[in-house]
Design a protein around this ligand. Sequence first.
Ligand code: ADP
Length: 363
Amino acid sequence: MMIPAAVNLGIELRVLAENVGSSAELAAYAVGDYLDKDTVLEFAAGVDVVTFDHEHVPQSVLRALVEAGHAVNPSPDALRFAQDKIVMRQRLAELGVPIPEWAAVSSEAELDDFIAANGGSAVVKTPRGGYDGKGVRVVTAGAQAADWFRIMAEDGRGGALLAEEKVDFRRELAQLVARRPSGEIAYWPVVETVQLEGVCAEVIAPAPGSLGRVADVAADIATMIAEGVGVTGVLAVELFETTDQRLLVNELAMRPHNSGHWTIDGSTTSQFEQHLRAVLDLPLGATGSRDAFSVMVNILGGPSEGSLADRYPLAFAEAPMVKFHNYGKAPRLGRKVGHVTAGGDDLDDVAFMARAAAAFFTD
Ligand code: ADP
């Protein structure tokens, strides 16, 4: 989704893709392993600035890029706070940002102690490599994470799991910001994200009823984090709005994020264009909304037979006001294969349009 934004600005984008046949083929691309230092160094030799659409490039590779003199945005020093959930919690605590109760636990006994101190349950997370709820588990006893402790013991590097209080939240929100190396910051309205089984299903922009204090607090928290971790590019701050009206930070993503896909059709500047501007240290674009409300619905899984495009004649005819995005990925249970966005003045109407349009692609 960064490719059209780059094409519009005449910015030449080169992608290091993991596989042949990925949607990266729409841009100039090289195929290679982002875990391999030499592959990444060779790729970087041909570009002005290196950026990412996920957080999994190892620190050793990132640092080798910086040592070789390449511009890397976000920098490895910033990115490490999005790579490891324990490192992230430590930094957010130092910054004084509101977060759930947490502890790094290295044994079942330590987890049992945390559970006892936090009302009889905890959310346990593997610090690295989790996404879409993988690596997140609600437990009521340390033994329920025995398999994760065993894997950590077997790999011999020590380490710990992240234990968090199980937050009693009303809803989940996300605050997206962009920051340039020179310090300029821009933020979009805070949005509500609706998750189904740990996967983001729907995003409502702005979050209903958020125009006053919620918007101000969310923007302040995200600005504090963006400056505190020195991010360059887009930063997504996932938040819980608790039943007692507090905002707590759940996690950080340092890249364009699912909670910002609505900006492609609903904002003056999309998160993808903004990310490019930010990593190139160019002035940021305006982040006002085109409509009173935008609703983005993910197409999860896709049709059981055929491709998304097979459904275009019907979907396009029935939903001419809706914008469709097809990632060109093979349909698979639970996989994000596309999304739709609708915009307008009446939230119920807009949400209905978007949900109905997405339903054409799943059966
Ligand atoms: P991932 O990295 O897989 O996205 P998250 O840390 O965002 O993992 O957790 C996935 C989902 O699990 C969250 O969106 C939220 O619904 C739930 N969750 C995570 N942490 C907590 C918590 N401390 N209390 C209650 N629910 C939580």
